[in-house]
Design a protein around this ligand. Structure first.
Ligand SMILES: Cc1cc2nc3c(=O)[nH]c(=O)nc-3n(C[C@H](O)[C@H](O)[C@H](O)COP(=O)(O)OP(=O)(O)OC[C@H]3O[C@@H](n4cnc5c(N)ncnc54)[C@H](O)[C@@H]3O)c2cc1C
Length: 343
């Protein structure tokens, strides 16, 4: 609600495309009106309570005579909003959650070194050591994966293509496949990172004991609330799993599912790649996720599990490619540094 521009969808009246949904940019203020706090003919009717999240206010809004500018052809509004606006937003979910994970992992690991029980830091108990490793691993692979996906977006000049039909207009088959990989990776990343983040942040909160809940000096509860929203907006998991499944059936003549896995996991162990390729082919060969029978129910469960395994393998590959050799962050070293700076 605090943005200066909104992308909205609406049906234009009295045009041949009035049955279709069009996309518009609506500025919050017409030129010169921001300082005067005079809005572009819209009212904010009601703010929405959202599990206590406050950074990104959501509201019910009525536009009444607001000036709006069409974006793209009027009859392609929905395709552009889903294929371009939502895809970009889904990329941001991946980057945002990875950035949050790095912070959460750092703060939680440092606190575990600071807090002592029975005279030793809680970070030295094996139960805690496993959890610290899990959180750090999650943060590192999420960040490496997010940058790898984003580098593909940069490769295409930070331009997205709206739908499969437009994608199929690309003559160069290798280029088209690479574009398709980016499209699917954006959805897979959104599903997997947003699904794992709330569980990881909840575990990090537990490192702080009671302080984890109380929010006296900690922002992990805030990040936890935000992560719950990431899971739902910009397309919930089931919807994206259905979309990916349908996409692969549409492109099977020029991009078989097993070839996609081989192209995606180029530097992963070959045995794993072939196992994943066979599993993916089996899942995609099932003609529809919308049938209500026992095979489809089982397959949906398999697809849900496999989607996580597949994107994790991609993240782990991204992390291995980085060959990151960072030293674990030490609370005692940081404390010495801060004390020295204070003196
Ligand atoms: C804080 C917040 C801000 C938002 N801001 C905006 C905004 O600025 N602009 C905007 O346009 N939208 C916005 N949204 C809407 C958001 O994109 C949708 O809420 C989200 O995509 C989920 O759609 P839905 O609410 O209709 O859920 P539904 O589609 O009703 O989903 C409900 C459940 O049904 C499942 N489901 C749905 N379809 C299928 C299917 N085919 N197969 C299997 N399962 C299915 C879903 O996975 C989910 O579990 C916002 C949402 C939130 C929470």
């Amino acid at each position: 609600m605090q943005a200066d521009y909104a992308v909205v969808t609406a049906k234009p009246k009295g045009t041949p495309s009035s049955i279709k949904v069009a996309a518009f940019v609506v500025s919050s203020w017409l030129p010169g009106n921001k300082d005067r706090e005079k809005r572009n003919s819209y009212t904010i009717d009601r703010f929405k309570p959202k599990m206590g999240t406050a950074e990104l206010p959501t509201a019910e809004v009525t536009y009444n005579g607001a000036v709006a500018y069409p974006v793209g052809p009027l009859e392609k509004g929905l395709a552009n909003v889903v294929g371009v606006v939502l895809s970009l937003s889904r990329l941001h979910v991946g980057l945002g959650m990875a950035a949050g994970a790095l912070r959460v992992a750092r703060e939680a690991s440092l606190y575990a070194q600071f807090r002592t029980a029975f005279g030793v830091p809680v970070s030295s108990f094996p139960l805690m050591m496993n959890q610290i490793n899990d959180i750090n691993q999650f943060a590192q692979r999420s960040a490496a994966g997010a940058f790898k996906v984003y580098s593909e977006y940069i490769h295409f000049g930070e331009k997205l293509i709206a739908g499969i039909r437009d994608l199929e207009k690309i003559g160069d088959i290798e280029d088209r496949k690479r574009r398709f990989r980016l499209r699917e990776l954006v959805m897979l990343q959104k599903i997997v990172v947003a699904d794992e983040a709330p569980a990881m942040i909840r575990m990090a909160i537990s490192f702080f004991g009671g302080h984890g809940i109380m929010e006296d000096f900690l922002s992990l509860p805030r990040l936890h609330r935000d992560s719950m929203i990431m899971e739902l907006w910009e397309g919930p998991r089931n919807v994206l799993l259905t979309q990916i499944h349908r996409d692969f059936q549409r492109v099977k003549d020029w991009y078989p599912a097993d070839e996609f896995i081989r192209d995606l996991l180029v530097s992963t162990d070959k045995d794993i790649v072939e196992k994943y390729a066979a599993e993916f082919v089996r899942i995609i060969s099932h003609e529809s996720l919308l049938r209500n029978d026992i095979e489809t129910l089982t397959l949906c469960r398999d697809w849900q599990k496999f989607s996580t395994k597949l994107f994790r393998a991609y993240q782990e590959q991204a992390l291995a490619e980085l060959d990151f050799n960072g030293k674990p962050i030490k609370f005692s070293r940081l404390l010495r540094k801060f004390k020295k700076e204070k003196l």
